[in-house]
Ligand binder design. Structure first.
Ligand code: 6PG
Length: 247
């Protein structure tokens, strides 16, 4: 079984700094091996934690290939867009080549199925060129944890939790607005080389306890279990880990 590791920090500044070191190490290993670093990021407070990488020695922004673990189906400059958030928070401050940032296709917003298929093709272009891998292997997927146990746009009790084939799926009934979204599926997430969850604040404490101590409840975040040799690491703050018993 996959081992997961939990790191808990007194504040978000030390958390962000440690996460930055973790990402840097992942980037180094990936660039050494393949000349590129493929990463999927989430929305919420996550892009802000990534700003700890700005100015650090050794970050090779031109080798980053960025995808979204999930994205809201809205125009790319809409305030609800995860891309818009990441652009304002991070990309505007660092030299990532524009073509390395993989957004949803803004011309397909009216057709969810085509939009999800197009994003899946974008992943195929990035990952499936060498071997005909069944699922892409991201170097790193960064995930948040919703107060209901959702992660990416995989919500509790949703039929997408049992998706076994698709790489990218869409939903039009997200319980959290906006309702129309695309998301990486669980098999894609679980094939990543590394997965890091970031969760902060006392509001996350009951959910962190449910995910880590009672995974048999089957909440979406508890289904994130990377296949060996994948790694799963939690970066949380002390208020969020206050109710965790997990050794
Ligand atoms: C969404 C949100 C959501 C968010 C989590 C964690 O898509 O509705 O982005 O998934 O990532 O609720 O949020 P925080 O990182 O802000 O705690």
């Amino acid at each position: 079984p996959t081992q997961s590791v939990l790191y808990s920090f007194p504040d978000t500044a030390t958390l962000s700094d440690s996460l930055a070191e973790y990402i840097l190490k992942a980037q180094r290993e990936s660039v050494d091996k393949r000349g590129r670093f493929s990463i999927a990021i989430s929305g919420g407070s996550l892009p802000k934690t990534l700003t700890a990488l700005i100015g650090k020695t050794g970050v090779k922004w031109d080798k980053w290939h960025i995808f979204y673990a999930d994205e809201r189906v809205v125009p790319l400059d809409h305030p609800d867009s995860n891309h818009h958030l990441a652009k304002n928070t991070l990309y505007s401050q660092v030299p990532i080549p524009h073509e390395n940032i993989h957004t949803i296709d803004p011309d397909l917003l009216d057709n969810l199925e085509e939009l999800a298929d197009a994003y899946e093709k974008e992943l195929v272009r990035e990952f499936a060129q060498k071997d005909s891998a069944r699922f892409p292997v991201f170097d790193l997927i960064l995930l948040g944890l919703g107060p209901d146990g959702h992660t990416a746009s995989l919500f509790p009790g949703h039929e997408l939790l049992s998706e076994e084939d698709r790489w990218v799926a869409y939903i039009e009934d997200s319980p959290k607005p906006p309702p129309r979204r695309i998301t990486l599926t669980l098999p894609v997430i679980n094939h990543a080389a590394r997965i890091a969850f970031v969760a902060t604040g006392a509001g996350k404490a009951p959910m962190l306890n449910a995910i880590l101590d009672n995974p048999e409840q089957g909440l979406p975040a508890a289904r994130v279990k990377p296949a060996a040799p994948g790694q799963l690491v939690w970066f949380v703050d002390d208020p969020a880990s206050a109710e965790v018993k997990f050794p």
